[in-house]
Design a protein around this ligand. Structure first.
Ligand SMILES: [Zn+2]
Length: 142
């Protein structure tokens, strides 16, 4: 049982075309009540066509957890006909590549080889459904 807890957000640099500031949001993921993962998502409001980028840092969170177990799966997200599509990218090429506290930045290959994409996609599905900030963007309401 995976649960999402909405975190804070921050605005970044304005878009050169429309002036809308890109938005980064984050949140926390619990599995059976235990801290399990942390996620970040970034997009520019009004630019659904440009998609979003997300990163999920899995394992090594919560009390007594070994932070060295943290590993990240990063994706680009584009909205499809009726649901978002995700493509795994090298986490070291993501917006959060310098955030060492998120843990090991898995390459696209590593993400699939280690099986980290399984829990990552499960979490991404929940984010799209339950993080109202991200779901509003996907529905082109921001
Ligand atoms: Zn713009």
């Amino acid at each position: 049982m995976i649960q999402i807890e909405i975190g804070e957000s921050s605005e970044k640099s304005p878009c050169a075309d429309c002036g809308n500031r890109s938005l980064t949001v984050w949140g926390y993921v619990y599995e059976n009540g235990n801290a399990h993962a942390v996620y970040y998502a970034s997009w520019t409001p009004g630019h659904l066509e440009r998609g979003a980028q997300l990163i999920v840092s899995i394992d090594g969170w919560g009390e007594g957890a070994d932070a060295s177990n943290r590993h990240c799966v990063a994706v680009n997200c584009l909205m499809g006909e009726d649901r978002p599509g995700y493509s795994v990218i090298d986490a070291s090429q993501s917006l959060w590549s310098q955030e060492e506290f998120l843990g090991q930045m898995l390459s696209r290959e590593q993400a699939f080889e280690t099986g980290a994409t399984g829990p990552a996609f499960e979490i991404l599905d929940r984010i799209a459904e339950e993080d109202h900030r991200f779901s509003a963007f996907l529905l082109n309401r921001t």
